[in-house]
Design a protein around this ligand. Structure first.
Ligand code: BTN
Length: 327
């Protein structure tokens, strides 16, 4: 580890207090001048470091830059996040993760970007991914689970992200079936899981869980046509959540739930946050449009919808939204 990396790690671990140049020099085993040079180099990289005479150095509270060191400092997960790669700009973290996974990248490898130029959403859509406001991350997993449980990966990820966000803002977040997170009726997060099967198609070789969260205000960067359906955590709460902390917390919660995916316990957490349940909805499933009452989530994480003739359908995939009453 270079002096600069070691300094960043130490400052990230001691975010709430100042560390004197002498103490840092002693800890890192270098001269005070080398510490000063490393501070300047970190500042040149975009990190904001407070320097106070007689107190020393401290990372500014609002260090809005994604960094492997900041994330690792908050990580309790053992396998997820063992290797973290942060890019300033990339086409799509999911595309990169799929390539890396195919080339043999280990379980738990995480790819993150400040900005995506071709962020991908479900159903072939684009995921708008401007710089500095979002958390765009893809996690390569190679879980030893049967194919039936592999179908629950996206739902467990939705629960993990909801819990991570809630921990940092102390407010409840809703999950809109299948995989969107909502606050105040608008989307703050989408999840795109892409899997590859083993040769005999009986087991999961690898899956890439792609998570896109609008964290900081998107008011000035979100295209006009999306403003009625998408929002951000900051725009809804006024809280400027630290994206590094959020990233670590997502990985912590995701590891917890993936480890017990076979118990299906996550369903309880999914159900109690599900946004469509009890409402009149419209769903598009394989080209068919259904209108009915959303009854809830069944044991396979399918959405149950009751049609006007009383028939109950269990939807495994598709797109659903509230029926808006026209005034
Ligand atoms: C959706 O809402 O339809 C899913 C959006 C998923 C977006 C994330 S951002 C990180 C990862 N990389 C991508 O290209 N997509 C996912």
């Amino acid at each position: 580890m270079s002096v600069k990396e070691a300094l960043l790690k130490t400052l990230a671990e001691n975010k709430d207090s100042y560390s004197s140049g002498a103490a840092l020099a002693g800890k890192l085993g270098v001269s005070r001048n080398a510490v000063w040079k490393a501070v300047k180099s970190l500042e040149a990289d975009g990190y904001s470091i407070e320097s106070v005479t007689s107190k020393g150095y401290r990372l500014s509270a609002d260090n809005n830059r994604l960094s492997e060191k900041f994330i690792s400092a908050k990580l309790t997960a053992k396998s997820l996040g063992k290797s973290i790669k942060v890019y300033d700009e990339i086409d799509s973290t999911n595309s990169a993760a799929k390539e890396m996974g195919t080339a043999g990248a280990a379980h738990g490898t995480v790819i993150i970007a400040e900005k995506q130029t071709m962020g991908r959403g479900r159903l072939g859509r684009t995921f708008v991914s401007p710089s500095g406001t979002g958390l765009y991350m893809s996690i390569i997993i190679r879980p030893e689970i049967n194919l039936e449980d592999a179908g629950f990966i996206t739902s467990t990820a939705a629960v993990a992200v909801a819990e991570a966000v809630e921990k940092l803002i102390d407010r409840e977040v809703q999950i809109k079936w299948v995989n969107d997170l909502y606050m105040n009726e608008r989307k703050i997060c989408g999840i795109l899981t892409e899997a590859s099967l083993g040769l005999e198609m009986k087991s999961l070789d690898m899956a890439v869980i792609g998570i896109g969260i609008n964290v900081r205000s998107v008011k000035d960067v979100m295209p006009e046509e999306l403003s009625s359906i998408a929002t951000s955590i900051e725009d809804e709460t006024g809280i400027a959540v630290d994206r590094n902390e959020l990233c670590a917390e997502v990985l912590n919660r995701l590891e917890y739930w993936l480890d017990k995916i076979e118990s299906h316990e996550f369903l309880f957490e999914y159900r109690r946050r599900e946004y469509l349940t009890g409402k009149l909805i419209t769903a598009n499933v394989g080209g068919e449009t259904l209108v009915g009452n959303a009854l809830g989530i069944d044991n396979n994480a399918n959405l149950m919808i009751e049609l006007p003739d009383g028939e109950i359908r269990h939807l495994g995939s598709g797109e659903a939204s509230l029926c808006r009453v026209k005034k």
